[in-house]
Write a protein of this length. Structure first.
Lengths: 239, 345
């Protein structure tokens, strides 16, 4: 579904990604793990067109999408779900969700998708006329995921859905991500919460210094020494 | 440290209220004070105020979209007035319109002029943004280096537009003799129709903008772009296109303002500058970036200015708007409706 090949990118003149390779199979959940400042979010931002790719290719659904304008990438069915704080606080929950379906042409489809999202997250239905600024952290994350689902995407990329949330709520959100996959979507999760992410995912990539360091089956990664290394910061040898 | 010096919300309101009461007391003490003069001050203040409000609306709209102040906005106002005047001169000698609508002749021509100013200024604004500001707006608005560039660019653009208008229409003040009919009597006061047109058209434009922003899909997109360019991009909004649309709408509203002012005064190349400064004062008084605040601020500045020049001293007419702005900034820095948190549109 998504194939990233030797991707080099960064911000301004600062190079962050030094040739990252990864592949996301159709209808799978793939976790992209790594510490702060290793380039996880940069991969997402390059894939969704927010920053330019300097070199390398990004292939989605068999077509190259690197350096397309961001709104066209959304039109092709690849949607990035931002962290929960990136909602429109002065708009109501429904308005936020309607913005998610901005590219939809028909009103019927919009209300169908709205129904679908409320079905995934009944909590949002209870809060639908409230301003997004008044929601709790977990509800904001649900709103962000719901907004991503509104445009009928083929694949969603989640940027740290568990950031700053209570374990119970993280569990709830991850259950819903699994449900989304079962309904036919492909999911890429960027996470710092390694254990939870690997429990959810089928396959995992660990990124370090802008390149993929380790990859493998998530069950295997969970007991991998180098994964622990990536998170605990350096081995005894190169401290 | 400076935070501690700031007066709390309630204190702000009490001090501001005291100023307002003192000012009203001053006006009431004036020997010219009577109910007749008060009526005319209010109507003239409201009609001038709605013009300030319309230009301030454009400034606020561009500010919500790009986080920069467009200092060339007065020039769009001026060119809008000239666009309306040009259309007026074109249609003025056409006999067939007169034969077709002998009764409502002047009105129909004037409406066509307003419409021309609206559309042509909208397209002109989009053109200016696409051709001259695009390299800067592409990098995002304020809070970035590009934002500073847009502000400086606005000053430059203002000089260029004045000189272009100077070349086309020369600096002689031109009359705009719209025939709108006899003065109308409201509450024992004979008002030129142009004043009523200003208020009615101005308020309907403001209401139309409110409806457009709150009830249409494009308006929803504009509000989203105003809040965050990145997130808007991620939901599939074509952000550069929407920035052009914001610019176009703001300029179109300024153009309508210009054509509304034309019949009351004259159309001059240099009319944009002072309007820009007063509209800026109106936007600050109402709360920068707040759209209803811009209209309320415009009314406040208009009435304050008219009342002061009538009751206090007429020889310093242009001073009062800025005096009000300074007082508001001192006591209530957020303006009437401004918010400190970034929650705009």
């Amino acid at each position: 579904m998504l194939k990233i090949n030797q991707l080099i990118s960064g911000y301004g003149s600062v190079q962050i990604l030094n040739g990252a390779n990864m592949k996301v199979e159709k209808q799978s959940i793939v976790a992209l793990l790594g510490g702060n400042g290793t380039g996880k979010s940069t991969i997402l931002r390059a894939a969704s067109g927010l920053i330019r790719s300097w070199k390398g290719t990004i292939e989605f659904d068999g077509e190259q999408i690197q350096n397309l304008p961001a709104h066209e990438i959304v039109g092709r069915g690849l949607v990035q779900v931002t962290q929960g704080k990136d909602v429109f606080p002065a708009m109501s929950v429904t308005e936020n969700l309607k913005l998610g379906g901005f590219i939809l042409k028909s009103k019927q489809q919009l209300s169908d998708n709205l129904e679908k999202v409320y079905n995934y997250f009944p909590r949002l239905n209870e809060r639908k006329d409230q301003l997004a600024a008044t929601l709790s952290g977990g509800e904001l994350q649900m709103l962000c995921i719901g907004r991503g689902l509104m445009s009928n995407p083929k694949m969603i990329m989640l940027d740290e859905p568990s950031a700053a949330l209570a374990p119970q709520i993280v569990l709830d959100i991850f259950k819903n991500i699994n449900r989304i996959r079962q309904d036919g979507l492909t999911v890429l999760v960027v996470e710092q919460n390694v254990r939870m992410a690997l429990l959810l995912a089928d396959y995992g990539y660990v990124i370090k210094d802008g390149v993929i360091n380790v990859e493998g089956d998530s069950k295997k990664l969970m007991y991998d020494e180098s994964v622990k290394e990536s998170y605990l910061g350096g081995t005894k040898a190169n401290v | 440290m400076f935070n501690k010096l700031r007066i709390g919300k309630k204190g702000e309101n009490i001090i501001f209220g005291t100023f307002v009461l003192l000012y009203i007391g001053w006006c009431v003490n004036s020997p010219d004070m009577n109910i007749e003069s008060l009526k005319s001050v209010l109507t003239i203040g409201l009609s001038v105020g709605i013009i300030y409000g319309l230009v301030a609306l454009g400034i606020s709209l561009i500010y919500t979209g790009l986080d920069v102040v467009n200092f060339s906005h007065g020039e769009f106002f001026m060119i809008g007035a000239f666009a309306g005047l040009t259309m007026f001169n074109l249609l003025g000698n056409q006999d067939w319109i007169f034969n077709l609508f002998p009764d409502a002749y002047g009105w129909i021509i004037y409406v066509v002029c307003l419409f021309t100013a609206f559309v042509s200024m909208g397209l002109f604004g989009v053109f200016i943004e696409r051709v001259f500001l695009r390299p800067l707006t592409k990098k995002g608005g304020g809070y970035t280096v590009a934002g500073m560039g847009i502000i400086i660019c606005g000053f430059g653009l203002s000089v260029v537009l004045i000189n272009v208008a100077y070349l086309i229409w020369n600096p002689v003040a031109k009359p705009f003799p719209a025939e709108l009919g006899l003065p109308m009597e409201i509450g024992g006061l004979f008002l030129p129709i142009t004043y009523i047109w200003m208020i009615v058209v101005g308020l309907s434009v403001a209401a139309g903008l409110w409806f457009f922003l709150n009830k249409t899909k494009m308006g929803l997109g504009i509000r989203a772009v105003a809040y965050s360019k990145d997130v808007s991009n991620l939901v599939g909004i074509n952000v550069p296109l929407y920035i052009s649309i914001i610019f176009g709408i703001a300029c179109a509203i300024a153009g309508i303002g210009g054509t509304l002012v034309g019949p009351t005064y004259q159309v001059v190349v240099f009319m944009g500058y002072i309007i820009l400064m007063k509209a800026f004062a109106a936007a600050v008084v109402g709360g920068f970036g707040n759209l209803p605040g811009a209209i309320v601020g415009g009314f406040t500045v208009g009435i304050f200015e008219t009342a002061s020049s009538f009751y206090i001293s007429g020889s310093h007419k242009d001073l009062y708007a800025f005096l009000l702005m300074i007082v508001v900034l001192m006591i209530k820095p957020t303006g009437f409706f401004g918010v400190q948190v970034k929650m705009k549109a």
